[in-house]
Design a binder for this molecule. Structure first.
Ligand code: SF4
Length: 333
């Protein structure tokens, strides 16, 4: 059974041309996205900057209200909950942010930042219990309990991300949305934080929705993958299967940019031309058609549905079907 079930989720933001005017245009950030995530599982969400993956992650923890669709977590429809009803559910759903410094209040000590989460959810009855729990959490993420007295500015980027992880863990969540948690860190520190997240998952049975633009990282971490382009999921399935033989032209282009250690891998770089179109006026038909090397006339007006192309593999492309797929792969090799 799914811990998280997202169905037909759409998120639009109004574009105002003056506070007195009704919005005439909308940013189509997320469009008709559906997926499931099981307890203890990691699902990777990849795509270029601005494709809507962070908006989707924020909607899952209800930092953003969806425009349409359903987000069911543990059998509760989050989309229909009022702000006052969200608190008990929020305890089970946490988020780790991309910018570890920006997500920590610089005026509070680390002990106050982590303790605040405990206070909000009533998880430490006395000051002694609170102090002990904060110390244990810091120890758990590789920091010293004495660090509780220091301020975020006194730590390195990797240490700040560890503080963010300790804050998320404080409320004993079941699902953590990791929004590019290592992209702002030095390469040498990235592996340490990724390993920490991996160990914590094994220890606590956590589920992760792991957002990244780095496909190699997602390949390493997640069992299933969702590839997003301009607000829509264009490919989904088992991570290893998708990375071994990507079906959608966009996934193929993303993967062609990932360096491979295997010298026998016949890797040809597919360079996408043009910029990602504006989500305010997304292209008609297939949103990828202005940049797709395989585009056909029908791609300009017919929206490709996300269809199952083999067991557990999904792709949204007119050319991807049982027969078409082989022909397209041969074409691109
Ligand atoms: Fe390319 Fe057409 Fe497939 Fe879209 S539907 S990915 S434009 S071939």
């Amino acid at each position: 059974m799914s811990l998280l079930s997202v169905r037909s989720l759409s998120i639009r933001f109004p574009v105002h041309r003056g506070w007195w005017r009704a919005p005439s245009r909308f940013v189509h950030a997320v469009d008709d996205v559906s997926f499931d995530l099981a307890a203890g599982e990691t699902v990777g969400l990849v795509g270029e900057s601005g494709c809507g993956k962070t908006t989707l992650g924020r909607a899952v923890v209800r930092l953003i209200a969806p425009t349409a669709g359903a987000i069911e977590f543990g059998g509760i429809d989050l989309a229909s909950l009022k702000p006052g009803q969200l608190r008990p559910v929020r305890r089970r759903l946490q988020m780790i942010f991309q910018d570890p410094f920006g997500s920590l209040n610089p005026c509070l000590t680390v002990g106050q930042i982590i303790g605040e989460a405990l206070d909000i959810h009533g998880l430490a009855r006395t000051r002694t219990a609170r102090r002990a729990r904060v110390g244990a959490l810091l120890d758990h993420v590789g920091l010293a309990p004495a660090d509780a007295r220091r301020y975020p500015r006194e730590f390195s980027g990797g240490q700040r991300q560890r503080i963010g992880i300790a804050r998320a863990l404080a409320v004993e969540p079941e699902l953590i949305v990791c929004d590019e948690p290592v992209s702002a860190l030095d390469v040498s520190v990235q592996a340490q934080v990724v390993n920490l997240l991996h160990d914590l998952q094994r220890e606590h049975g956590l589920a992760y929705l792991f957002i990244a633009h780095d496909l190699a990282l997602i390949e390493h971490l997640s069992r299933r993958i969702l590839v997003m382009y301009l607000g829509r999921v264009v490919e989904a399935g088992d991570t290893k299967a998708v990375c071994r033989a990507p079906a959608h032209p966009y996934t193929q282009a993303l993967l062609s940019a990932v360096p491979r250690l295997d010298p026998s891998a016949n890797q040809r770089r597919i360079v996408l031309t043009g910029e990602v179109p504006s989500p305010i006026t997304p292209p008609s038909g297939c949103r990828f058609h202005p940049r797709c090397p395989m585009a056909e006339p029908r791609c300009r007006h017919a929206v490709p549905a996300l269809g199952e192309i083999s067991s557990g593999r999904w792709a949204a492309c007119h050319l991807v079907g049982a027969g078409n797929r082989m022909a397209m792969l041969e074409c691109l090799v």
